[in-house]
Design a protein around this ligand. Structure first.
Ligand code: PMP
Length: 406
């Protein structure tokens, strides 16, 4: 099936506008993607017709909302091929999912002297929670490096994994380099030594069909807002046998079975990890975002985005002084770059004034910036609604600005 991009763009009214009197070109979907009308309409419909707090079983509206909310859990389980719905925990985003794993896995399984391997190309969300946990536990983090071309040096795991290693935390797709990491190979190596693996899928789920059972991942985390869904919703997939042994991350309503002032017994999975009222509207609308993506076809979308990526890369490489960070063939979604002699903030500001939305800065990945000794960079990123024409206009702007600012 070929995608009708003009038709798809009609589903995203926000794209059809002028900023600074210039047609908007949105090249920042890795930060957050825009939402199709169907997702926005679902949120509205819920609020207009059947909003109520879930799992309280008290009345008609609450029951309707609960049914829809729980149906999304099944949908997410199907989307990533989880073994059961109990393995799907709703959070407020990838960051919260990782904090949950770092805390609860840490409490259950980490002793003083243990080691966690974290890749050098991680987003801060997949570094800092582990640092907080190892600090608390007297454990330590070991870095899995990447090469200058953006390839993770997976072979180094053979030296890095030892009897103290308990877990590897790694991105499926890097938010800076775009590298698609060989997570299956990493998981196989890790499991051979009894080490667990948490995969950060924040930049992957929108671009790559994910099967957590086929990968044999222990934990897989992602955010709805990077895959055409609402912000404030995230997912933690966790292997049931592990989640069962892990203590709750937060206490409150919903996550208990019985409470007295002497002792509380906890609810079963997945509710044990879902304290308090969740983002009901967001989760329900997220179900529509998944349907939207499935209807387009994740593989079809990925193939189209790869064409955009290759086209843009080829054109960008012709610009004098262009340096692209991350040049792996197995790459998805983003191009991070700098142009010699031009400050990325100047370039980013000028692009913005030309209607082109890009990300500038350290991209929440200081270790990647330090690897290349860059104070800051520029990143463009794609979604299904971007066009070749937009890339042509972006390249034209880059060419003009590189002469002007260079
Ligand atoms: N990991 C990666 C790879 C990301 O790209 C992001 C978002 N930029 C995060 C984690 C954090 O996601 P969130 O802000 O949705 O919690």
């Amino acid at each position: 099936m070929t995608l009708d991009i003009d038709q798809i763009r009609k589903d995203f009214p926000i794209l059809d506008q002028q900023v600074y009197n210039k047609p908007l070109i949105y090249l920042d979907s890795a930060a957050s993607s825009q939402k199709p009308l169907a997702v926005l309409k679902k949120e509205e419909q819920l609020h207009l017709e059947y909003y109520g707090n879930i799992h309280r079983g008290a009345h008609y509206l609450a029951d309707q909302a609960t049914n829809d909310f729980e149906a999304v859990r099944d949908k997410v389980a199907g989307f990533i091929h989880a073994g059961s719905r109990e393995e799907i925990i709703f959070t407020k985003g990838t960051t919260e999912s990782i904090n949950l794993v770092a805390f609860s896995f840490g409490e259950a399984f980490i002793q003083a002297g243990d080691e966690i391997i974290v890749s050098e190309m991680e987003h801060h969300a997949n570094i800092v929670p582990w640092q907080m946990m190892v600090e608390r536990k007297g454990a330590r983090i070991v870095k899995l490096p990447f090469a200058d071309d953006g390839r993770l040096e997976v072979e180094k795991l053979d030296e890095l994994i030892n009897a103290k290693t308990k877990l590897i935390a790694v991105a499926h797709v890097s938010n800076t380099l775009g590298t698609i990491n060989p997570v299956k190979e990493i998981i196989t190596k890790a499991h051979a030594q009894g080490v667990k693996v948490m995969v950060d899928g924040a930049q992957a789920v929108k671009h790559i069909p994910v099967d957590v059972q086929e990968l044999d991942a222990d934990f897989y985390v992602f955010s709805a807002h990077k895959m055409y869904g609402p912000n404030g919703v995230g997912v933690l997939y966790g292997r049931k046998a592990l989640l069962e042994q892990m203590p709750p991350y937060q206490g409150g309503g919903e996550m208990i079975s019985e409470v007295t002032f002497e002792k509380t017994s906890f609810n079963e999975l997945p509710y044990k990890f879902e304290a308090g009222t969740p983002h009901i509207t967001g989760v329900i609308a997220f179900g529509v975002a998944i349907d939207y993506l499935l209807q387009l076809g994740v593989a079809e979308v990925a193939s189209y985005e790869n064409q955009l990526l290759e086209y843009a890369t080829q054109k960008m490489e012709q610009i004098e002084g262009m340096r692209i960070f991350g040049t792996q063939k197995a790459k998805s979604g983003v191009i991070t770059f700098n142009i010699d002699g031009i400050h990325p903030f100047d370039l980013g500001t000028m692009l913005d004034k030309m209607g082109i939305a890009v990300r500038t800065g350290r991209l929440c990945a200081d270790p990647v910036m330090d690897h290349y000794q860059q104070a800051a960079t520029i990143r463009i990123s794609f979604a299904v609604y971007n066009t070749f024409d937009e890339i042509d206009r972006f390249i034209e702007a880059l060419e003009r600005l590189s002469v002007m600012l260079g």
